[in-house]
Design a protein around this ligand. Structure first.
Ligand SMILES: *Cc1c(COP(=O)(O)O)cnc(C)c1O
Length: 398
């Protein structure tokens, strides 16, 4: 029996309906250690912590990754609480002057800059502290990009500096007294599933940045190639081929100028998605207008990922025999079921029309791949239900 099975059996035997996130910290360490070990020289893996900012996750990752990519003062504080000396990269599209000051006081390694005005604000804050700070200019590339579900560049988005504004931005970054220009930041995609297209995109990055060095007269030391490595929520066997990607990456690294001394990756989803499971108890089963429903204790206020990506999230049914014989036990057998939560909105759906062998009231549904953009992106207090339990499974500490 796995630690997760044991946990679910234990919780299913209690009176409160099961509703929890479980995170496998050993599995997380093993996965991310392998991801980092496959990187060629000059490449560093940072963790984009907005995917999952739970303290035990940050603590597990701190010794493995090169540092943390953060996007708010709150995220800086969370990193510093568990890893006081960890390198921090501070990005985000709309930084307040107070956050910039906080970042400098927290000794972040670099800031990822989104506009010329922001460069001025950062420089002024650094000068006021009698210091300077390294910056990367985040550029909203013209593209075209390989298709992935969420595109941050190559079309009008709020992110980064337009290529047309780069001469002004590099001029400011190389002349303002408080900043040291270190290179460019090009996070353009999310949830890309193809290693081949990711390598093509890196080829576009290399050619574009080599061109900028010549045209703009700047010297790049660091290139941030972003995150966006994907998870296939419908077919876990079809996740991004990291080994194939890193084999191609060896040749790519050999093809970029030797003075680009650091290639930064900042992945979120690919690092933490697989470590998390969301388990919820079926409170009721019924039919309306021909559709079979499983109503669960929980929903999209805990796990908004399926509605935000408009997919049916995969789940397994853990049969639970315990049942009060004095009440009926509704069930669905060999049919399609739609899984809805406890919120009073028709949008509170975790999976739609999914074939199941059997689901009964009292069984537990276990949603896998819930470790990234699950709890962290959800509107926890809508309808004021109690929060789920968060369990961090850790054999190392057991
Ligand atoms: C969200 C984000 C990431 C992480 O993206 P994933 O798709 O989770 O890898 C990296 N960099 C920036 C700037 C981001 O906003």
């Amino acid at each position: 029996m796995t630690a997760l099975d044991a946990l679910l059996r234990d919780r299913a035997a209690r009176d409160e309906p099961v509703c929890l996130f479980a995170y496998d910290l050993d599995g997380l360490r093993r996965h991310v250690t392998a991801v980092v070990a496959a990187l060629p020289p000059r490449c560093r893996m940072y963790y984009a912590m907005k995917a999952n900012s739970a303290a035990p996750v940050l603590e597990a990752l701190a010794p493995i990754v090169a540092g943390f990519e953060v996007a708010s003062g709150g995220e800086i504080a969370k990193v510093r609480a568990v890893a006081p000396a960890a390198p921090i990269l501070f990005g985000g599209p709309a930084k307040t002057p107070a956050e910039i000051s906080h970042a400098l006081d927290a000794a972040v390694t670099r800031l990822h800059v989104e506009s010329v005005l922001e460069l001025h604000r950062i420089s002024a804050a650094a000068v006021a502290r009698g210091t300077t700070v390294e910056v990367l200019l985040r550029v909203n590339l013209a593209g075209p990009f390989p298709s992935a579900t969420l595109a941050m560049a190559g079309r009008p988005t709020q992110f980064g500096i337009d290529e047309a504004d780069l001469p002004a931005a590099t001029a400011a970054a190389t002349s303002l007294p408080g900043v040291r220009f270190a290179g460019f930041h090009l996070h353009s995609l999310s949830n890309n599933l193809s290693a081949e297209t990711h390598l093509e995109m890196l080829g576009l990055y290399r050619d574009t940045v080599v061109g900028w060095e010549k045209e703009l007269g700047v010297v790049v030391k660091v290139l941030d190639v972003g995150g966006g490595i994907g998870i296939d929520y419908q077919d876990p066997a079809h996740h991004f081929d990291w080994d194939g990607f890193t084999r191609g990456l060896v040749a790519w690294v050999d093809s970029v100028p030797a003075h680009w001394r650091e290639i930064q990756f900042e992945c979120g989803r690919y690092l933490t998605a697989a470590c998390g499971s969301y388990a919820v108890e079926v409170l009721d089963v019924k039919r309306t207008h021909g559709t079979a429903w499983a109503l669960v204790r929980g929903g999209t206020h805990h796990f908004r990922l399926p509605v935000s990506w408009q997919h049916s999230h995969p789940f397994t049914v853990l049969p639970v025999e315990r049942w009060d014989p004095s009440v009926p036990r509704p069930s669905v057998t060999d049919d399609r079921v739609t899984v809805a939560g406890e919120l009073c909105t028709p949008k509170d759906v975790l999976a739609r029309d999914v074939p199941v062998a059997r689901v009964r009231a009292g069984d537990v549904l276990v949603f896998a791949l819930a470790g990234a953009y699950g709890w962290d992106i959800s509107h926890h207090d809508f309808l004021s239900h109690p929060h789920p339990e968060h369990v961090f499974l850790d054999d190392d500490r057991a």
